[in-house]
Design a protein. Structure first.
Length: 122
């Protein structure tokens, strides 16, 4: 079932989402300020390509992660979150798209605060 859902996800927006996360990681990796964010963006890009069967775990809040998350919101988080919200709204209109819309809403929330988040298999 996870394989079918991941294939449908990839077709219905997962490819676009994962590619945007990879683009964000590449743009951040070429700057000195954004370099610490590149591994997190890559981790979430891989999650964005095939999210079913995996879950996001938020780590405990720390002062360093809070500062890095604020910088992330300014550099890339807001446009990635907006992208996921637009896709979620489009998918929520159909009955079959509702599970995919929930995945996009999860990705929109994590787009704002990715530092300290890990991806684990279910």
């Amino acid at each position: 079932m996870r394989l079918i859902l991941n294939i449908l996800w990839f077709i219905l927006g997962g490819f676009i989402s994962g590619t945007l996360w990879l683009l964000a990681a590449a743009l951040l990796a070429i700057t000195i300020v954004g370099l610490p964010f590149a591994p997190g963006a890559l981790r979430i890009a891989m999650f964005s390509y095939a999210p079913f069967g995996k879950r996001l775990i938020e780590g405990p809040p720390r002062a360093t992660s809070t500062v890095l998350n604020v910088i992330w919101i300014v550099l890339a988080g807001w446009w990635l979150a907006a992208h996921h919200l637009v896709l979620a709204l489009g998918l929520a209109v159909t009955i079959i798209g509702i599970p995919f819309a929930w995945q996009h809403l999860k990705l929109a929330m994590i787009s704002l605060v990715p530092v300290g988040t890990t991806v684990e298999p279910v």
